[in-house]
Design a protein around this ligand. Sequence first.
Ligand code: HEC
Ligand code: HEC
Ligand code: HEC
Length: 111
Amino acid sequence: MVDNSAAFIYKTNAANRTNGEDMTKKILMLSLAIASLAGIAEAAYTFKAYNGDITFDHVNHRRNFTCSDCHNGPPRFIELDHDSAHKLCLGCHRKLGVGPLKHCSDCHKKE
Ligand code: HEC
Ligand code: HEC
Ligand code: HEC
């Protein structure tokens, strides 16, 4: 086996020689990593679909509802496919008579 320890130490030292800006960047990246581990939701999600991607504005949707209106159990990532997405999204839009409902292209946007 090749001994890489010297190279490793060299790299570690180089990495430690950071200036303030690098450090700020590192702290920012670390907090982003922690945020994603804690399951903090994005402001918006894009769902890929061959007939046009869908953008879901989580912030806007959260305003008028409680988490459990959409999340079963603890609020976290929901696996969505054609059927479950249409059931969730269109189900609520239909019930309340709001949002995209009739026109596929109100949700499915082709570039
Ligand atoms: C309220 C928003 C909304 C409307 C309106 C809507 N869809 Fe969707 N649709 C979605 C979401 C969200 C998905 C899930 C994408 C995924 O699988 O992640 C989806 C998925 C699909 C898929 C699967 C695409 C793929 O790549 O697997 C098809 C096909 C589809 N929709 C057709 C339609 C048709 C046809 C209409 C109109 C009659 C329509 N949709 C209206 C939100 C919508
Ligand atoms: C109108 C429906 C709706 C409401 C209300 C809602 N969410 Fe979501 N949430 C979603 C959808 C849709 C997704 C996006 C993608 C997915 O999970 O497939 C999502 C994603 C998330 C994620 C996953 C983050 C990630 O990227 O892994 C978290 C965490 C989350 N929501 C928390 C909350 C919390 C906390 C509340 C209440 C304050 C809330 N949500 C209210 C629909 C909703
Ligand atoms: C619990 C109810 C509810 C669910 C679930 C829901 N919506 Fe909505 N949606 C609304 C309401 C209410 C509005 C109108 C709010 C407004 O115009 O500010 C809306 C508006 C929208 C709009 C147009 C305005 C905007 O925010 O861009 C889009 C696009 C949309 N929804 C997509 C979706 C998709 C995609 C899903 C599923 C992933 C979904 N919605 C699930 C209630 C819901």
